[in-house]
Design a protein around this ligand. Structure first.
Ligand code: SAH
Length: 506
C-alpha cells in the first residue's frame, strides 16, 4: 500500500480566494479533509466529490474529537494510505495548534508538509483598512492570544513589556476578555487614548468593524453585542482606517444574494455580484438533462441542409445542439446554407465559440422582438429550426408559423429541477439571512417555488428583494404570488446585476 501523507494547510481568513495555490491543490487532491470551525463551506466545495470530509471543530451538538483525538485520526488516516489535508483557519501555526499536530505526525513517522496560510491577524486588519505596520506610526507589531484566563497568577504574557513594547497589538480569541485586556494594557502604561478596533468575520461578506480607543472600545463592544470571531487591534495604525477602509465600501457589501441558475451557468452571475462586494449563494433550481427522445433533434441534425434559418434561444440550446452534431460525427459545415439567429448576446457568444458568425441578434431579447425583424427576412415556406428546451414558450414558434414559415421546434435539452438544499435556504430566509433572490428565467421561479414547497412563499419573501431578469420572468413570479422588487432593463445577466446595483445605490 502507498504511504499516506498529511498536509497541514492554512485555509486563510475567510475569503475563499485567500487560500494559497498550494493549499488549494492539497484540498483538490486529498482523500480525506479534516477541517475546523473557521473554515468556510466554499473552501470545502473544492474537495473531490468522493472525498471524506471530517469536522474536527468544537460544536455544541456534536461530539468533539479533542486534540488527542485529532492527532490520532491524522496518524490513522495517513497510515492507511490516505492523502489527508488538515485544514485550519488562517495560518496553521498561528494559534492553530498546528505545531502539536505536526509533532504527533513526526513522532508517528507519518510524512507531512506544512502549507502556511494568510493569517487573520494581518488579513482581517487589512480588509478593515488597517495596515499592521506603517512607517509614520510603527515598525513593530505583535500577535497575542486573548484567551488566557485573566485571573491566572503566572501569565505567559508579560503585560508590562508587551503593552508598550510593540506598536501594534493584535489579539486573537480575545472578545470574552476584552475588558480585562484593555484594562491591563492601560494599567501597564499604554495610553487610554490609543486607537483600537474590533474586526469580526474579517475578509468575509459579514465583516463588521468597530472603532474606538483603549478606554472606550470595551463598552462600545458590549453595547453593540460585538462577538467572536474577532480581532482586537490596538495601536496608532487604526487611525488609517478612515482613509483606507475599502472592503466595506464596495456597493453591494453585506448583501447575501441567492443565485438560482443551473450550476453550470451560475458562476458568471456569482462572480459579477461578488466583484461588487456581495456574497453570492448558489442554489441551483435547474439542471440540464438530455432529451427523453432524441429522434426529432436527430432528424434535424441529419437534414440541416434544408433550413433557411436556425434560431438559438439559449446557451444550453447551442451546447446541446453542437454536442449532438458531433455525436453524429458532423460539424459546422452542415450549416453552410442556413442563416443563424441568436436571441441574446450570451447565446451569440456561445455560437461564436464554435466559429460561427451570427446573422441576427434582436435588440430586445424576447421572442416577440425576434419576430418583428424576421418577418421581413423569412419568406413563406422557409424552413426554420428551433433547437431548444422542452418547456420553452410557444410564442416564437407560433409567430414564425404565422408568418408562413415551416417551423421545426425540437427538444435539444430538458430542464429538470435542481439539486439545491432547500431546507437550508428556507431556514436562512426565515432568519432574514438572504437579502436578494435572483431569477434568470421563468423556470427558475417555478422550480424555486416547487423546491421550497412552503405554503406562504409571499410571506417568507416579504423582506427579500426579488430580482428578475425581464418582464416575462417577473410575470411568472407574480403569477406564483411573488412580487418582484426589481426587473432588469436589459434582459441579460449584466442588466440584472446593474439593476441590483441601482437598487442598492440609489
Ligand atoms: N490560525 C488562525 C487563528 C486561529 S485562533 C489564523 O491564523 O488566523 C481563532 C481566532 O482567530 C478567533 O478567535 C479570532 O480572534 C481570529 N480570527 C480568525 N478568523 C478571523 C476572521 N475572519 N476575522 C476576525 N478574526 C478572526
Amino acid at each position: 500500500m502507498d504511504k499516506g501523507i498529511v498536509y497541514l494547510v492554512g485555509a486563510g481568513p475567510g475569503d475563499p480566494k485567500l487560500i494559497t495555490v498550494k493549499g488549494l491543490e492539497c484540498i483538490q487532491k486529498s482523500d480525506t479533509i479534516i477541517y475546523d470551525r473557521l473554515v468556510g463551506d466554499r473552501m470545502l466545495s473544492f474537495a473531490r466529490p468522493d472525498a471524506e470530509l471530517i469536522y474536527a471543530g468544537k460544536s455544541p451538538e456534536r461530539h468533539t474529537l479533542g486534540q488527542e483525538g485529532i492527532n490520532r485520526l491524522l496518524v490513522e488516516k495517513a497510515s492507511s494510505g490516505k492523502t489527508v489535508t488538515r485544514l485550519k483557519g488562517g495560518d496553521p501555526f498561528v494559534f492553530g495548534r498546528g505545531g502539536e499536530e505536526a509533532e504527533a505526525l513526526a513522532e508517528a513517522g507519518v510524512p507531512f508538509e506544512i502549507v502556511p496560510g494568510v493569517t487573520s491577524a494581518i488579513a482581517a486588519a487589512a480588509y478593515a483598512g488597517i495596515p499592521v505596520t506603517h512607517r509614520d506610526f510603527t515598525s513593530t507589531f505583535a500577535v497575542i492570544t486573548g484567551n488566557e484566563d485573566p485571573l491566572k497568577k503566572d501569565s505567559n504574557i508579560d503585560w508590562a513589556k508587551i503593552s508598550t513594547g510593540a506598536g501594534t497589538l493584535v489579539f486573537l480569541m480575545g472578545m470574552a476578555n476584552l475588558p480585562h485586556i484593555t484594562r491591563l494594557l492601560i494599567e501597564n502604561g499604554r495610553s487610554p487614548q490609543t486607537p483600537a478596533a474590533l474586526v469580526r468575520w474579517g475578509t468575509r461578506p459579514e465583516q463588521r468593524t468597530l472603532v474606538g480607543t483603549l478606554a472606550d472600545i470595551s463598552a462600545k463592544a458590549a453595547n453593540e453585542g460585538f462577538k467572536n470571531p474577532a480581532l482586537i487591534i490596538v495601536g496608532e495604525v487604526v487611525s488609517l482606517r478612515e482613509k483606507l477602509n475599502w472592503f466595506e465600501k464596495r456597493p453591494l457589501f453585506g448583501q447575501r444574494i441567492l443565485v438560482t441558475r443551473a450550476r453550470e451557468q451560475a458562476s458568471v452571475l456569482s462572480a459579477a455580484l461578488e466583484a461588487l462586494g456581495a456574497e453570492p449563494l448558489e442554489f441551483p433550481t435547474i439542471s440540464v438533462a438530455e432529451p427523453e427522445d432524441f429522434a426529432p433533434l436527430d432528424r434535424s441534425v441529419k437534414n440541416l441542409g434544408r433550413y433557411k434559418w436556425v434560431i438559438f434561444t439559449s446557451v444550453n440550446g447551442v451546447y446541446s445542439f453542437f454536442q449532438r452534431l458531433r455525436y453524429h460525427r458532423k460539424d459546422l459545415r452542415e450549416l453552410y446554407g442556413a442563416k443563424i439567429c441568436a436571441i441574446g448576446p450570451k447565446t451569440k457568444e456561445a455560437l461564436e465559440e464554435y466559429g460561427l458568425i451570427v446573422d441576427y441578434v434582436p435588440e430586445e431579447f424576447r421572442a416577440e422582438e425576434i419576430v418583428k425583424v424576421l418577418q421581413y427576412k423569412i419568406a413563406a415556406e422557409d424552413r426554420v429550426l428551433l433547437p431548444r428546451a422542452d418547456i420553452a414558450r410557444k410564442a416564437l414558434p407560433e409567430a414564425l408559423a404565422g408568418m408562413g414559415a415551416v417551423v421545426d421546434e425540437v427538444t435539444a435539452y430538458r430542464t429538470v429541477a435542481g439539486e439545491g438544499q432547500s431546507g437550508r435556504v428556507v431556514e436562512m430566509l426565515k432568519n432574514g439571512e438572504i437579502d436578494v433572490i435572483t431569477f434568470t428565467s421563468s423556470s427558475t421561479v417555478r422550480n424555486f417555488v416547487n423546491m421550497l414547497g412552503v405554503p406562504d412563499i409571499n410571506n417568507l419573501l416579504a423582506d427579500v428583494a426579488v430580482a428578475c431578469i425581464g418582464p416575462v420572468t417577473a410575470d411568472t413570479a407574480r403569477g406564483l404570488g411573488i412580487e418582484p422588487g426589481l426587473v432588469a432593463e436589459e434582459y441579460t445577466i449584466e442588466g440584472l446585476v446593474n439593476a441590483i446595483l441601482k437598487y442598492f445605490t440609489e
